[in-house]
Design a protein around this ligand. Structure first.
Ligand SMILES: Nc1nc2c(c(=O)[nH]1)N[C@H]1C(S)=C(S)[C@@H](COP(=O)(O)O)O[C@H]1N2
Ligand SMILES: [Mo]
Length: 329
């Protein structure tokens, strides 16, 4: 995403060992699918949920996520093969922890994700300053298996754990003036040493229109694969908007502010010709420096077509009716 970063060569980071592990994962999935098909016809989706019961092997840390998890339904979980945990947690974009894909995992220990305070303020009737574990335990957590499509043209399938952002917004009661939601990442160069260099305008900020923020697909993630979110993936709280490019998914959030005006967003500030505010996944609008028509699913060698709104068009295209998505990209 930086100017010196070209889209990556396909498969550049895939070591033989990883390929071996992925093959094992694939075989495991295939076996499970066959088994279930015999038991519940058409129950692949349910099986997908079962395979990683969110609480399996999970040792609650700081007392969070220690509650039953409602299984996601229908469009809220894809049954595509999940990207292995190892890849999701070692191939990251988190520029505050370094620019290479494996930097965030190596430096994750620098970020202290507990205790952590989140401020929800702005155009709301009930502003709320809350400890993140209190926030998390105030809502039932759900597992959502979403595709994630990075603007760099790679993608993953990630089983998130989290709460719909809409539920949090209901609780703080937006005023009638609220039109957008602005998000801010922690600013602390000691914990996030990338903030010592001016690669981006710190702190990282993002934003959504209020109706996008309230859409039932929009999630505040607190975990993945049934475990607490690793720091490199944006612990303790990170945004997930599956029909938008990955950079909208701001990590390690300390503040959520309801606003009247469209808030500034980091990649748009950095290069507004290349990164729009909406950033809806759109194979018909190329990045000025590369095509967005196809993507490389991490763990696969050949490219696959990129779907409009990352495959969530039925659920979200209506949010943009009447808009010119080539102009408002
Ligand atoms: N604060 C912050 N949030 C961020 C980023 C970042 O550099 N800093 N990178 C974004 C980008 S470009 C992507 S693709 C996703 C990557 O999420 P993952 O590492 O959990 O896969 O995080 C997004 N959120
Ligand atoms: Mo990204």
């Amino acid at each position: 995403m930086r100017d010196k970063l070209p889209p990556e060569p396909p498969g550049s980071e895939v070591t033989p060992e990883k390929l071996y592990l992925r093959r094992r994962e694939f075989i495991k999935n295939a076996g499970l699918f066959a088994g279930t098909a015999a038991v519940v016809g058409g129950g692949l989706y349910l099986l997908g949920m079962k395979r990683t019961r969110p609480m399996d092997g999970f040792v609650p840390d700081a007392g969070v996520v220690d509650q039953p998890v409602a299984p996601a339904q229908g469009l809220f979980s894809t049954d595509e093969p999940r990207t292995p945990y190892e890849d999701i947690t070692t191939y990251n974009n988190f520029y505050e922890l370094g620019l290479d894909k494996n930097d965030p995992a190596r430096r994750a220990h620098l970020l202290k994700t507990r205790p952590w305070t989140v401020v929800i303020d702005g155009e709301v009737h009930k502003p709320w300053t809350v400890d993140v574990d209190q926030l998390i335990s105030a809502f039932p957590l759900e597992e959502r298996v979403y595709r994630m499509r990075c603007v760099e043209a790679w993608s993953m399938v990630i089983p998130w754990l989290g709460l719909p952002l809409g539920k949090l917004l209901d609780r703080v009661q937006p005023t009638s003036f609220a039109k957008y939601v602005a998000f801010t990442t922690l600013e602390d160069p000691e914990q996030l040493p990338g903030q010592k260099s001016p690669v981006l305008d710190w702190p990282y900020v993002e934003g959504l229109r209020l109706d996008e923020a309230r859409h039932p697909l929009t999630l505040l993630a607190t975990g993945l694969y049934g475990k607490q979110l690793p720091a490199q993936n944006g612990a303790p709280l990170r945004l997930v908007v599956p029909w938008k490019y990955g950079f909208k998914g701001i990590k390690s959030i300390v503040r959520i502010t309801l606003t009247r005006e469209q808030p500034p967003t980091t990649w748009n500030i950095t290069n507004k010709r290349e990164y729009g505010f909406y950033a809806n996944v759109n194979p018909a609008v190329d990045h000025p420096r590369w095509s967005q028509a196809t993507e490389r699913r991490i763990g696969e060698t050949s490219r696959r077509p990129t779907l409009p709104f990352n495959g969530y068009a039925d659920a979200v295209a209506g949010l943009y009716s009447g808009m010119d998505l080539k102009r408002d990209f």
